[in-house]
Write a protein that binds this ligand. Structure first.
Ligand code: AMP
Ligand code: GLY
Length: 426
């Protein structure tokens, strides 16, 4: 089968790496890809917002499966675009419809879905500029800290957590009235702060049946000890050592089942990955967010732990047969650390030559923001390279990850040396 993966990050490299291992894969294309994806398949220069050009490529290259990596094309309706065209009726697409992608594209939509389907989540209300006074009153009734969320996609920056009530009111005004995050903050969800430890679960679902993938915990802050600005993710571990049988059962029964049953009951057209961000409070899971795709860098620890054939699972998913396939995990641990550019997540430079690839061993290098330039690999983003490793347990995997992270060099290299720091007691 010829497969096209859309995206250019570490997530897409990890998906490509895993799909490449299947006997069912013939040609593997990644659009636009990076220097790493070029090692496992063929990079194609396509714009992810130009569905017509993607469609032409699919026709010309007899692509049978389309795997959508990032959320933007899903929220923009790429699945609906292909399903509306009879000539693509045999194309297997991995991703939800535009309507269903609102689970990620609109915080209010997601929260209302959770309420309707009894999925545990923080108490909330949503407000617009018209009822901002009610928003102030709602804030007054909550305890500090205050959580404000822009309803729409805001590049991971739309969530503000404030300690002070006046500050929270000012930020609410700047989001609703002064369009702090543009149209994304014309509607704001205010919710109760949940104090606990975060982790994520991933399911592959056909909208009725599902299989759970390995869980993961990522490290979002730029600074060691979880300090400083939020990023797309600085590292991850899988499995999550504090998940005991009791918590695992609660995650499945209280969160995963009502979520998938909600998709089924409400007849969502959802054939793809569902990423459920959790806050664990006193060993009970609460949903912080849904994402309608895999996480990055979580995918870089999830894929190395899947033993079974991902192409088979994706085929079953697109054909509504998730009940006929079983995702089997390796009994190991995987860790990754993201090497980033100096300045990230704010302004940074690109185009730095990378060296040291040949000095690494016993690890998997998933490229995130890199570019091939003749015989050189150059940095081409803020998040540059995910250094993943597997081991018997996460400490063993972490030592391989960090040993190899040291070997790669480029001007302005930065990475967190404390991934997993909060898990050492488990
Ligand atoms: P999100 O963009 O929804 O993933 O939110 C960004 C981050 O804000 C999350 O990873 C959490 O660390 C934090 N957060 C979001 N909602 C809450 C909440 N209700 N209570 C505590 N922290 C939260
Ligand atoms: N690592 C978090 C995300 O992919 O959204």
């Amino acid at each position: 089968m010829n497969i096209l993966i859309l995206g250019s990050g570490g997530r897409e490299h990890a998906i490509a790496w895993k799909l490449k291992q299947s006997k069912k894969t013939s040609q593997l294309f990644i659009a636009p890809g990076n220097a790493g994806t070029a090692q496992v398949g063929e990079n194609v220069s396509l714009s992810l917002s130009n569905f017509d050009s993607i469609a032409n490529f699919i026709k010309d290259n007899a692509v049978e499966m389309l795997v959508v990596g990032p959320e933007a094309p899903l929220v923009e309706g790429i699945v609906d675009y292909f399903e509306a065209a009879s000539e693509f009726s045999n194309l297997k697409i991995i991703g939800p419809s535009k309507y269903a992608a609102q689970l990620e594209g609109s915080k209010e939509f997601a929260k209302e879905f959770m309420m309707r389907n009894n999925v545990p989540t923080a108490r909330f209300q949503s407000f617009t500029a018209k009822n901002i006074e009610k928003g102030y009153a709602f804030l007054e009734g909550l305890k500090s800290p205050y959580v404000l969320k822009a309803d729409g996609l805001a590049g991971g920056k739309g969530v503000l957590i404030l300690n002070n009530l006046d500050e929270a009111k000012n930020e609410l005004k700047s989001m609703l009235v002064d369009a702090k995050f543009g149209a994304a903050s014309s509607n704001v969800v205010i919710e109760e702060f949940l104090s606990g430890i975060e982790m994520s679960v991933f399911v592959l679902t056909d909208g009725v049946n599902y299989q759970v993938l390995p869980e993961a915990k990522d490290y979002k802050r730029i600074g060691e000890g979880d300090t400083g600005l939020n990023t797309g993710g600085m590292g991850a571990v899988s499995p999550v050592p504090f998940v005991n049988d009791e918590l695992r059962e609660r995650i499945i029964k209280n969160v995963v089942e009502p979520s998938v049953n909600g998709l089924a009951k409400e007849k969502f057209n959802y054939k793809g990955f569902l990423f459920i961000g959790l806050m664990i409070v006193d060993n009970y899971p609460f949903v912080i967010e849904y994402n309608v795709r895999m996480g990055d860098p979580e995918t870089e620890v999830v894929m190395p732990r899947i033993k079974s054939d991902l192409v088979e699972h994706l085929e079953a998913c697109s054909e509504g047969r998730m009940n006929e396939t079983e995702v089997v995990f390796e009994e190991n641990a995987a860790t990754t650390v993201m090497l980033v550019a100096e300045g990230y997540p704010e302004a940074y430079e690109k185009g730095k030559e990378m060296t040291g690839f040949d000095l690494t061993s016993d690890c998997i290098l998933f490229h995130a923001g890199t570019k091939q330039d003749k015989d050189k690999v150059l940095t081409n983003g803020g998040r540059i390279l995910a250094v993943s490793a597997v081991g018997e347990n996460f400490k063993d995997a972490l030592s391989k990850t960090f040993r190899n992270a040291e070997k790669i060099n480029y001007d302005g290299k930065y990475y967190r040396k404390d991934i997993g720091f909060d898990l050492m007691e488990f």
